[in-house]
Design a binder for this molecule. Structure first.
Ligand SMILES: *C/C=C(C)/C=C/C=C(C)/C=C/C1=C(C)CCCC1(C)C
Length: 251
């Protein structure tokens, strides 16, 4: 019953969203906005419905995965509108979305660890500050508040710092002692942060660092990146929860 309300709420959401109803069939960037919007909605519903089917300690993680995709869905409705109506990059919506969803992904990392072991809150705060620095400098570079290249390099340094913390720092030390499914989830999330997240700076390079500003490449690559990183990230957690349930039954 509860899930029916959730599904209804998400299907009525678009009524309140911005315009941009006329999609040009040749506008492949606009179409990518449209596709990712639909995928985010589907993923949101999926994570909220599946939440009821996993063990207690995974429930909050799936809730957060659903929130991340739901927040992105909401922003994509508007981003598509800006792109279709003006042909311009919906930069402010994009960064507001990231500012909300990236810290939530850091909460996910923290929860996965906290579900199985004692983990210092400082781990979360380091990741949180790292992600803020990465996004603030990315924004300054894109908005022209700072030269594109130095802003990019500082953003990359913050990203690498986060990888370091998770791979060699507190994160790694704790996860070696935990259950197999948690360990697999953690490692896969690590690879998403390294390989999946690398798509974003790639978008920035194509968008801003090759001479002229190329908003088509920028938005196309960012849309692909969001699709991979938000949906896949949640699916990894969902799969770990399912694997653990399976092995509990077979014991
Ligand atoms: C759901 C949204 C996510 C996971 C957004 C992630 C964004 C990034 C990893 C952005 C990275 C950037 C750099 C590493 C350098 C500066 C430019 C950015 C902000 C695009």
């Amino acid at each position: 019953m509860k899930s029916i309300f959730i599904i209804l709420a998400f299907f009525t959401g678009p009524i309140f969203a911005a315009g941009g109803g006329d999609l040009d069939p040749n506008d492949f960037v606009g179409i990518s906005f449209w596709l990712v919007t639909a995928a985010m909605l589907a993923a949101t519903v999926f994570f909220f419905v599946e939440r009821g089917d996993v063990e207690g300690k995974w429930k909050t993680s799936l809730t957060i995965a659903g929130l991340i995709c739901g927040i992105a869905f909401w922003h994509y409705l508007y981003m598509r509108g800006v792109w279709v109506d003006t042909g311009e990059t919906p930069m402010v919506f994009r960064y507001i979305d990231w500012l909300l969803t990236v810290p939530l992904q850091m909460v996910e990392f923290y929860l996965i660890l906290a579900a199985v072991t004692a983990v210092a809150a400082s781990l979360f705060w380091k990741l949180f500050v790292g992600s803020l620095i990465m996004l603030i400098f990315g924004y300054m570079g894109e908005a022209g508040l700072m030269s594109a290249l130095p802003a990019f390099l500082i953003g990359c340094a913050a990203w690498i710092y986060m990888i370091y913390i998770l791979w060699f720092g507190e994160g790694k030390a704790v996860v070696t002692t935990t259950s197999a499914s948690v360990q697999t989830a953690y490692n896969t999330m690590m690879w998403i942060i390294i390989v999946g997240w690398a798509i974003y700076p790639l978008g920035y390079v194509f968008g801003y660092l090759l001479g002229t500003v190329d908003s088509s490449s920028l938005n196309l690559i960012y849309n692909l990146a969001d699709f991979v990183n938000k949906i896949l990230f949640g699916l990894v957690i969902w799969k770990a929860a399912m694997d653990e349930k399976q092995s509990a039954y077979s014991n």
